[in-house]
Design a protein around this ligand. Structure first.
Ligand code: G3P
Ligand code: CA
Length: 359
């Protein structure tokens, strides 16, 4: 990575209330096709504190918001005969994937596509919007957050995730440099900026810790290992793992399946290491809820996501990713009403130990 060092070496305290964060996962993916400006805009209107773009690269090195670099499931690319020959099979993160890949398209070509609902059977009303929205660039998402901050009169943060950073680095399309450049264009690579950068990989976060001022979040999956790391995700949640994560990150973003119902010790251990804990991803539909929070047997029916979110907050988590920001806002309101919560570490307010390498 060739990003030049940030002029400010230390993350300093940002005045911020200690309410748990509501993160609009892929925008408001429960109501609009994910990772579109319409989805992010709605998340802001519904009360999200942060909006979450997943970032991948185009062939010409522009970052766009997609959950993965294969875009067959979330755009109308299959309906474009001019791109039919670009369909191929590729190994991404150790997995063989067939489809169309952002790294084979220029931004101009991506902009001719339109977004589609990923889950048409589960979220049929979202398909009303199929064909209406472009794939946004990261710059456009940052601009939308600025506009939303003005409109709502509160600061809307951006919580970008680098997707498959090793894959893109291997193609000569590393994500980190354009991401940092975009943050700098928007005056956001500074201490106290409303930005949290996340990754499932460890190596790119460790490198970013030496180059950017914004807080970093280590994502932890329920199984497997970070690409390029010989430890498992479970290892990262041990006291030794958390201590290591704390050398470069300010928070862990943890699959809620690892937290509810028995994750109190994990949350406490992360807090003891100085790390905030953000849980992902709460969704309203029964299909995604633990059994006690389901209502009925239809996977598409809404269960008690408010209840799950409150339960996660009871365990001490400091933020929740949600597909339906209004649900999480309501859960937080109820939770704040019934509890006086001691503040956990604020990932945006740590003085961060920089430049320390892993032992
Ligand atoms: O980034 C938190 C959460 O979004 C991780 O899962 O697969 O939705 O990016 P994913
Ligand atoms: Ca994500």
């Amino acid at each position: 990575m060739t990003v030049t060092a940030s002029p400010s070496p230390i993350r300093t305290t940002r005045p911020q209330d200690s309410r748990p964060l509501v993160v609009g996962h892929r925008g408001a993916a429960g109501y609009r096709p994910e990772h579109t400006l319409a989805s992010y805009r709605l998340a802001i209107e519904l009360g999200a504190d942060y909006i979450e773009p997943d970032l991948v690269s185009t062939r010409d090195g522009i970052l766009v918001a997609r959950h993965e670099n294969e875009i067959g499931a979330t755009t109308d690319v299959a309906d474009h005969p001019e791109f039919s020959r670009r369909r191929c099979t590729r190994t991404v993160g150790g997995r063989e994937v067939t489809g169309w890949f952002t790294e084979d398209f220029t931004l101009a070509e991506i902009k001719t596509l339109r977004a589609r609902e990923r889950l048409p059977l589960l979220r049929p009303s979202n398909t009303w919007y199929d064909g209406h929205f472009e794939v946004p660039t990261f710059d456009e998402v940052l601009g939308l957050a600025e506009e939303g901050s003005r409109r709502r009169g509160v600061t809307i943060g951006v919580y970008p995730e680098t997707k498959h950073p090793s894959h893109f680095a291997g193609l000569g399309l590393a994500l980190e440099e354009p991401m940092v450049a975009a943050l700098r264009r928007h005056h956001l690579d500074r201490p106290n900026a409303p930005v949290l950068v996340q990754s499932f990989e460890t190596g790119n976060l460790q490198a970013l810790a030496a180059t950017v001022s914004v807080p970093l979040v280590q994502l932890v999956a329920a199984s497997g290992s970070p690409c390029g790391d010989d430890r498992s995700y479970a290892d990262l949640l041990t006291p030794a793992g958390l201590a290591d994560v704390a050398t470069y990150a300010s928070a862990v973003g943890v699959d809620h399946a690892l937290l509810w119902p028995a994750g109190e010790a994990t949350v406490s251990a992360a807090h003891a290491a100085g790390l905030a804990v953000h849980a992902w991803t709460v969704r309203d539909e029964n299909r995604y809820l633990p059994e006690p929070f389901r209502r009925g047997t239809d996977p598409g029916e809404r269960g008690d996501a408010v209840g799950l979110t409150e339960a996660l907050l009871d365990l001490g988590v400091d933020g929740v990713f949600t597909d339906q920001a209004d649900t999480a806002v309501e859960a937080r309101r109820r939770w704040l009403d019934r509890t006086a919560r001691p503040a956990g570490p604020d990932p945006s307010s740590r003085r961060h130990p920089r430049g320390r390498s892993r032992a």
